[in-house]
Design a protein around this ligand. Structure first.
Ligand code: NAD
Ligand code: MG
Length: 389
């Protein structure tokens, strides 16, 4: 039996992982499941999978979770500290599927125990890539990609020499507004930005897909995870979302990963790695699909992509600034304080203000420096929102 923990078990990625685990429950000993306000889901899954502990990140949800799980033998805890404690319980495999930079600390904590960390939480790589991967190295732990593009690249690289890699192409569906005239984007509402043409995902990543901030983060994630130089990474708009990424080699060959837009694919690959096991995903009928299309992204339409390039050039803590400003700007858009196009303006203004801050690029990337930068960037982004609002 493999001991496993799922951070963000109640979310979109977490639920896909639970679907796989529940089909083969006798192979897993579930240690911890964590979630947020959806305590009914958390309690039901903890009971069904016989978890040792269920943790909500919100202390105010403790009483309700306790009541739901009383008499079941599942321990209950609440708050960020309790998630960290749960992350310190040794397991063989953990899924990092919390949304936002809140996923960083539990991920680091799991890696310190030598865990195989299946990483959906791209924000931790954007915010603190060298810290996360350095911690994995120092503790003989492994980080496995779960973001579909990065899982695809990882799979295309099996048995290959990194020295033969010429380019890495990650695909983008184009998001909710790919067919909108650019002039109309400023009027995009929250409801319109919250629906994705191909993938069924959490609300935040769905809006990030419409603005291309998701792809921007994935560019940085690619650079960090595979240690490739930024000029080797390309974004390609592919509206069918069937090819998730391609790796180009110096003999001109392109290895593409093709599969249905179903996160159980990437989660399942990371769950069974280094083996490849049968997964309950749709088998593609390519004759029926007929054609796959590709377009270059329109950079003028998607300022997030240029901001990601800037982060990759600046390095240091600029990823932490970028991510925190983006998270704050997204909060502002969800709250109705700013418009859709203002999100990129807020991130750019925050980066302008903070990246020029003398010495910031040379500060060592430690947990303290990252958390402090994250906090400050949210304040600066909040100020930028006020000027725009
Ligand atoms: P979601 O919003 O559906 O779920 C997020 C989970 O994190 C929930 O369990 C929630 O309770 C928990 N959570 C939220 N805030 C928290 C906090 N402050 N502390 C602790 N837990 C907290 O999100 P999702 O769509 O499942 O995405 C999760 C992560 O995976 C994100 O980093 C996202 O970018 C990445 N990802 C998602 C998909 C997808 O298909 N949904 C694909 C690739 C990558
Ligand atoms: Mg992705």
């Amino acid at each position: 039996m493999r001991k496993i923990t799922l951070f963000g078990a109640t979310g979109s990625v977490g639920q896909s992982a639970i679907d796989l685990i529940a089909r083969d429950q006798n192979s897993y000993d579930v240690v911890a499941l964590t979630g947020g306000r959806n305590v009914a889901q958390l309690a039901a899954d903890a009971q069904r999978l016989n978890a040792d502990v269920a943790v909500t990140c919100y202390p105010e949800c403790y009483a309700e979770l306790s009541e739901l799980l009383s008499g079941t033998g599942v321990e209950v805890a609440a708050g960020p500290g309790a998630i960290e404690e749960a992350a310190a319980r040794p397991v063989d495999w953990a899924l990092s599927a919390i949304v936002g930079s809140a996923g960083l600390v539990p991920g680091l904590c799991a890696l310190k125990h030598g865990t195989k960390l299946a990483l959906a939480n791209k924000e931790s790589l954007v915010t603190a890539g060298p810290l996360l991967l350095g911690t994995a190295d120092a503790h003989n732990a492994t980080v496995l990609p779960v973001d579909s593009e990065h899982s695809a690249v990882f799979q295309a690289l099996v048995g290959e020499d990194m020295a033969a890699v010429e380019r890495v192409i990650i695909t983008a569906s184009g998001g909710a507004f790919r067919d909108w005239p650019a002039e109309k984007l400023a009027t995009a509402t929250l409801a319109q930005a919250s629906s994705h043409p191909n993938w069924d995902m959490g609300q935040r990543i769905t809006i990030d897909s419409a603005s291309m901030f998701n792809k921007a983060m994935e560019l940085i994630e690619t650079k960090e995870f595979f240690s490739v130089s930024p000029d080797m990474i390309e974004v390609l708009v592919h509206r069918e979302s069937l090819i998730h990424a391609m790796v180009g080699f110096h003999d001109g060959a392109l290895m593409a990963h093709v599969g249905p837009p179903d996160m159980r694919h990437a989660i399942g690959y990371a769950l069974h790695w280094p083996d490849r096991r049968a997964l309950p995903v749709e088998r593609l009928d390519l004759a029926k699909i007929g054609a796959l299309t590709f377009e270059a992204p329109d950079n003028a339409r998607y300022p997030a992509l240029a901001l990601a390039k800037r982060v990759m050039q600046e390095g240091g803590l600029s990823g932490a600034i970028f991510n925190a400003a983006k998270e704050r700007a997204l909060d502002g858009f969800i709250a109705g304080d700013i418009g859709f196009l203002d999100m990129a303006k807020v991130v750019a203004a925050t980066m302008d203000k903070m990246s020029s801050f003398d010495g910031l690029q040379n500060v060592e990337i430690t947990l303290d420096s990252v958390l402090e930068t994250d906090k400050l960037a949210r304040v600066r982004a909040g100020e930028a929102i006020k000027t725009l609002g």
